[in-house]
Write a protein that binds this ligand. Structure first.
Ligand SMILES: Nc1ncnc2c1ncn2[C@@H]1O[C@H](COP(=O)(O)OP(=O)(O)OP(=O)(O)O)[C@@H](O)[C@H]1O
Ligand SMILES: [Mg+2]
Length: 507
């Protein structure tokens, strides 16, 4: 198509002053965004700013209350996700939406299975396409296995493969990298760039600024449901974006206080689980934050789950303050004073159709009721303490947890475990999906809790977080601890080396 010079190109997709309310909750007051072909556009904002709501309007899952929504200059009104798909829009949602009972391949072709001559499903064509997609993304997942039981990282990769296979003009990715490791992120970015260069328009949502600035051409900032600004990434800075997002300067992101390190609280000896992890020795002392670093898949979450008793182990022992904790018994571990904030908080930590107050007080309910205190007043008081310390953005404690934004759901789960006032807190990816302002708050909180004598074992894939917050860093690779570094010796090079050096190269 030739255009007269100077004719402005209509954006591939544009939203202007879009509003959306859920009852009394106003999610969007002026959502505006213009996506152009050959461009990767970032959308950033605090937890609850309205990013996912905007995505769901684009996807046809929600309908806007007011405002303009156009594709190539033409107004659209999607009343279903099928219509959005048919218009050339592919969406990767913040939370994977795979069907657990269906195979990986069936999930990728959900609702549009290629059929052969007699209308039969062409399994060979499906297999070949999946093989091609996985090769492009560099993944090795058995395409015939059910989706059930896949790690979040694998589920996310499958969502990405599914979206790419739709061959859409507009590709929307809502926090696709939150659960991915460095290598997987690199692969996804390579694919995203090639899709851009083929002439597609991409939208990328993330709380990781390094990624935003690395990948995206343009950046739009939202705050409290409102459009704030759109700039070319080469013409702005992280500091400026953060200030626009939060509306103020963010205090130190890693506010680590010096704490007095005391007695050993958690003592794990020779823990092993066939084929998963081996010879795990680790101690956490009072006042200490121990960082557990490593690549995704190194076995860190598995160790945490075994220590807390969610999973079994074959050898070794776990003691807390000298008392042996029975294996495979999370209730006993919790009573003894261990808390585990799991990695997959939406599935493992939250009752989606219960209120925020109910979720936060879930683990202390027994305590409250023993003291004859389980009244809605007491429940709300306990819940209020934690939801305000964590800045859960919700107008009321009786909000249904499932309607909170992704990041705010994370904070509720954190609050639930902190309310148990544990002796040792094991926390898996404490700030995944949490915005920069609250991240600094969560770090301050962890530091303060350690200062009060709690022992904290912090699993994190974010190197700056480990280096910034841990007194001591343990690194895992392929199910084993490969290095123990004091805060002073823990550099990113040292941690990365221990996390990646393959056994063949070991001396
Ligand atoms: N289905 C719903 N019912 C009620 N309220 C909702 C619903 N969906 C979203 N909200 C509210 O709308 C607001 C915006 O949420 P949204 O999920 O769009 O935020 P977000 O910017 O994606 O945040 P995050 O970074 O945490 O993912 C929040 O206050 C949220 O609680
Ligand atoms: Mg969101």
């Amino acid at each position: 198509m030739t255009r007269a010079p100077g004719t402005p190109v209509a954006p591939a997709l544009e939203l202007r002053d879009v509003t959306k309310a859920f009852g009394s909750v106003v999610a969007l007051t002026s959502g505006s965004l213009a996506l152009h072909r050959n461009s990767i556009h970032a959308l950033v904002g605090e937890n609850g700013a309205g990013k996912s709501t905007l995505v769901k309007i684009i996807a046809g899952l929600y309908q806007r209350d007011a405002g303009d929504f156009t594709l190539d200059g033409r107004t659209v009104d999607f009343s279903s996700t099928a219509q959005s798909k048919a218009a050339g829009i592919a969406v990767i949602y913040q939370e994977p939406t795979l069907f657990p009972d269906l195979s990986v391949t069936e999930n990728i072709f959900m609702g549009r299975q290629p059929t052969g001559r007699f209308g039969r499903i062409d399994r060979k064509a499906m297999r070949a396409e999946v093989a091609g997609l996985f090769a492009r993304l560099g993944v090795r997942i058995d395409a015939d296995r059910p989706a059930e039981g896949l790690s979040i990282a694998d589920q996310q990769i499958i969502e990405i493969a599914k979206a790419i296979s739709l061959d859409a003009t507009v590709l929307v990715m809502d926090e696709p990298t939150a659960a991915l490791s460095g290598v997987e992120v690199e692969r996804l970015f390579a694919v995203a760039r090639s899709l851009r260069d083929e002439g597609r328009a991409l939208l990328f949502i993330s709380h990781r600024f390094d990624e935003v600035f690395d990948l995206c051409d343009t950046i739009t900032v939202m705050r409290d449901g409102e459009y704030i600004s759109t700039t070319s990434t080469t013409e702005t800075t992280v500091d400026r974006v953060v200030r626009e997002m939060v509306g103020r300067d963010v205090a130190d992101l890693y506010p680590k206080q010096e704490a007095e390190i005391g007695e050993v609280l958690l003592d794990v000896r020779g823990l092993g689980s066939a084929g998963v992890f081996h010879d795990i020795d680790l101690q956490v002392r009072s006042g200490e934050i121990v960082g557990l670093a490593g690549l995704v898949g190194a076995g860190r979450s598995e160790v945490a789950r075994a220590v807390f008793g969610v999973d079994r182990y074959d050898t070794g022992s776990v003691t807390l303050k000298g008392t042996r904790i029975p294996a495979h018994n999370p209730v006993a571990a919790m009573r003894a004073g261990i808390a585990l904030v799991p990695e997959d908080r939406r599935k493992q930590g939250l009752v989606l159709d219960s209120t925020v107050a109910h979720n936060i007080t879930m683990s202390i309910r027994q305590q409250l009721s023993k003291l004859g205190l389980l009244t809605s007043g007491a429940e709300n008081a306990a819940a209020r303490v934690w939801s305000s310390r964590l800045e859960v953005k919700t107008s009321a404690l009786d909000t249904i947890a499932g309607t909170l934004s992704g990041g705010n759901q994370q904070k509720v789960v954190l609050g639930k475990w902190l309310a148990t006032n544990p002796t040792v807190l094991i926390i898996d990816e404490p700030t995944r999906g949490i915005d920069v302002g609250t991240k600094s708050e969560v770090h301050r909180l962890l530091s303060r809790l350690a200062g009060e004598g709690m022992g904290i074992l912090m699993i994190s894939s974010e190197l700056p977080e480990v280096l910034g917050m841990a007194d001591r860093v343990l690194v895992m690779r392929e199910g084993r601890i490969t290095a123990e570094l004091d805060r002073a010796d823990a550099t990113s090079e040292a941690v990365m080396f221990a996390a990646t050096q393959s056994s063949e190269h070991a001396a």
